[in-house]
Design a protein around this ligand. Sequence first.
Ligand code: SF4
Ligand code: FES
Length: 327
Amino acid sequence: MNYEVRNCIDAGTEYCPCHLAAANECIICSQLSGKSFCDCINWKGTCILQEYKSNGNTPKAQRKSYNSQIEEKQLLEKNILKLKIKVPRKLAQDLACPGSYIFIRKTNTMQFYDTPISIMHVDLDNNIISVAIEIRGIKTKTILDLNKGDKILVRGPFWNGIFGLKNIYQCRNSKAVIAARGIGLAPMVPVIEKLIANNNEIVLIIDKTPFSEIMSEEYIKEFNLDIQYMKIIEKGDLTEVFKSYVNSLIKERSFSLLHCSGADILSYKATKEFQDKIKLSCCNNAKMCCGEGVCGSCSSRYKGHVVKRLCKIQCEPNNLFEGRRLI
Ligand code: SF4
Ligand code: FES
């Protein structure tokens, strides 16, 4: 039977129960989502209802903004900015896993300026996080004004930057192929680090389009990866060369995971093409604003009047696209 395994990325963490529990909208707990019986869908080692009651029937405090310092600024090309930011030790530790992201903004701006940015690398010896930012709109342009030594507000940690996280963690002593395109070359680094730590062989397929630089080169050259350069997407579809290469990895070399790090069109087309052949994971490209399941900017609608808050829900790539309403 093909049913959806849905999870909440924050369930069982120090940020759970959250505001959704207070509004009877919890993703996991049946009793905190309007039902009168106990039937939680994914046990995370803690009873969310019990936590909620012992916290005085209120949500736990949500993430804070930390006043942090820019240690390094590098404009890689006209619209790609790389920042290294010194953050508190606990925050650095919490961000050292695949799918982590933060909100950053200039110190004297309103919270509306919070910009969601994926973590590219965490240096745990020095508590420095690296991010690559594509300068596109009003929020990112204000970050471009900042320089080395300036203060920057960092809100986090958030973890739902990747769908199919379970497949990444379960890939051990095996083989994984990573297809990365454009700005997706940044958030793929923690995925590579995790897969290598779990003793996997990795093939990395890189399509730099629309950039000329590889913003994560500093980190990927540390690993002995099999790197292939090719066009992954052309005219809105997967290229034949990419499809036949991945198919050959699956059939001839028994690769067990395909991770897509790029725009939704890449994840969508790759899911349609490969979902019956290999385990999948992909980037979460939803527009994030609060990251806490409250504002609704990340919500997607699905058939049957289902609404998913993509900052909180952790699911597999096929469940992300199946039945999704685009208008
Ligand atoms: S929605 Fe997630 S974080 Fe919020 S109370 Fe439920 S399980 Fe916890
Ligand atoms: S980003 Fe606000 S609800 Fe998801």
